[in-house]
Ligand binder design. Structure first.
Ligand code: FES
Length: 105
């Protein structure tokens, strides 16, 4: 599954990820430094904060209450904000663009 991570500064990383891993895990494994995943995917750090463009949100699903609570610690949170560790990659996500916030680089 092709995932395109775009950092705040504009750097793009195109990654080929296995379905079933999270957007955070695929980023960490492929050296996308803007996504740290400090808590290892436990929804407890917000260093995997990403922006999902509106046109992809139907596929990535809706935000959970736990994510919303953790994102209170995120920077520049808006209605595209999700935690990358809480989104499992599926085949339908092929070609998705995932943006990262200014504070993460
Ligand atoms: Fe810590 Fe996602 S990796 S909240």
């Amino acid at each position: 599954v092709r995932i395109i991570y775009v950092e705040h500064g504009g750097a793009e990383h195109e990654v080929n990820a296995e379905p079933g891993v999270s957007l955070m895990e695929a980023a960490v494994k492929n050296g996308v430094a803007a996504i740290e995943g400090e808590c290892g995917g436990a929804c407890a750090c917000a260093t995997c904060h990403v922006f999902i463009p509106a046109e992809w949100q139907a596929i990535t699903g809706t935000i959970t209450d736990d994510e919303r609570d953790m994102l209170e610690f995120g920077v520049d949170v808006d209605d595209r904000s999700r935690l990358g560790c809480q989104i499992r990659i599926t085949a339908e996500m092929d070609g998705i663009t995932v943006l990262t916030p200014r504070s993460q680089r």
